[in-house]
Design a protein around this ligand. Structure first.
Ligand SMILES: [Zn+2]
Length: 415
């Protein structure tokens, strides 16, 4: 298959890309009269988006059993516990909702998803269901599952056993939530246990870390210390890191070099945390989103994530990474030339690095032909215009194709 006349990120001119047996075979400057199956007509061909943080087992559960009236994170967690106690998490419903969320993301150009799955459930219903969904969608989307202890590891009955059982059953990544354990010490113990499990199963780590408006919440430094101690650099992702937004300059000056030495990756969920955080303060109201610009300037991989699609935590969300990219760039005041010219990194290569995908990810000869064509020509235009995804290939297989929208004016508009 030939894709002709495509623009590539960071390259001048247009290119013809040949795909054979699911692999990028050749990439060469556009030649006239090439018989191509797809003419990109100067549009951008890039790697598919990577959704680095979502909860597929929560998707489309908002208002069931009840709406989140305060809109706070803590009420959402209460509602979720009520939902589990009421036995509302049926495997068929979880599967149907998760598939709907995966389809929504894929329709917006995503081909790789990391989903946290709640394992604070004695029956592990959601995890068992999501393991099946992961296999079901394998031909068209890669899904990684994180064993995620929503109600804590130390704080939940048999929390450690359930985490171990989830990894034994086949979860890909070990998760945690230290700031919601009962005490500071329990939080530290939970982080160490997460690292123990990751060593035992040779798994990656992705912890919901310090997702709280509390400058005393300092599990990030514990994550960095454990990563260094166990030489797990490049295998550990921090999700949220909200408390970082509240740290004083003196502490940041100590913390940032340690984080860098530990080679941590970050995923920040700007829409969700703008909704959940920074409440209960007098004006001026904090934003409660980790300092993305500082993290980017320090060279950390930073991905922007969706976190939720219509669940007790967040009532909106449509799986479109560009919305989170747009919000993230705004909240971090990153609408500068440098960042706008490379902003797709935050929803492509940077989260791909966090997910450990780099061997197979990228538009390069010899790699699997995962790619999308956008109705835009460059990074800045993508975030400005939220263009349609016109083509999506996964391992060379066509997943979807769309026609560009056409507007027919009924009045005389000047050109
Ligand atoms: Zn989350």
């Amino acid at each position: 298959m030939w894709i002709a006349n495509a623009r590539l990120r960071g390259q001048e001119g247009t290119w013809d890309v040949c795909i054979e047996e699911g692999i990028f075979k050749t990439i060469q400057p556009s030649a006239d009269n090439r018989a191509a199956e797809y003419d990109a007509q100067g549009r951008l061909l890039c790697s598919p988006f990577v959704e680095g943080h979502i909860h597929l087992d929560y998707a489309h559960t908002a208002r069931k059993p009840r709406p989140n009236l305060s809109g706070t994170l803590f009420e959402a967690i209460e509602i979720w516990a009520e939902r589990k106690q009421a036995g509302l998490n049926h495997p068929e419903e979880i599967r149907r909702n998760a598939l709907s969320a995966i389809r929504a993301a894929v329709s917006h150009g995503v081909s790789f998803i990391r989903s946290h799955v709640d394992v604070t459930d004695p029956e592990l219903v959601a995890l068992r269901t999501m393991l099946r969904v992961r296999e079901e969608v394998k031909p068209w989307c890669t899904v990684q599952l994180v064993a995620f202890p929503q109600n804590g590891i130390e704080a939940f009955p048999r929390g450690r056993e359930l985490m171990d059982e989830a990894m034994r059953l086949g979860a890909d990544v070990v998760g945690g939530i230290p700031h919601l354990e009962h005490t500071r010490e329990d939080g530290v113990a939970s982080v160490r246990y997460v690292f123990d499990l990751a060593e035992k199963y040779g798994a990656l780590i992705d912890i919901h870390c310090d997702e709280i408006d509390d400058e005393q919440s300092r599990y990030l430094e514990v994550m960095a210390a454990e990563t260094l101690r166990r030489q797990m650099q490049g295998r550990v992702t921090v999700s949220h890191a909200v408390a970082m937004a509240y740290y004083q300059p003196g502490y940041m000056a100590k913390l940032l070099p340690k984080l860098r030495a530990a080679g941590l990756g970050f995923v920040i969920n700007p829409n969700e945390n703008l909704q959940l955080q920074g409440r209960g303060f007098d004006a001026p109201q904090p934003r409660g989103v980790a300092p993305v610009r500082t993290l980017a300037e320090w060279g950390f991989p930073v991905g922007f994530g969706q976190d939720s699609i219509e669940d007790p935590w967040y009532p909106l969300g449509d799986g479109n990474p560009i919305r989170n990219l747009d919000t993230g760039l705004h909240v971090a005041q990153m609408l500068t030339e440098d960042y706008l010219n490379r902003c797709l990194d935050f929803v492509t290569t940077e989260p791909a690095r966090n997910l450990g995908l780099m061997e197979e990810y990228g538009i390069e000869v010899g790699k699997p032909a995962h790619c999308i064509v956008l109705d835009a020509t460059c990074d800045r235009e993508v975030v400005q215009q939220h263009p349609l995804i016109l083509l999506s290939l996964y391992g060379g297989k066509k997943i979807l194709e769309r026609q560009p929208t056409v507007t027919n004016w009924s009045i005389d508009v000047a050109d």
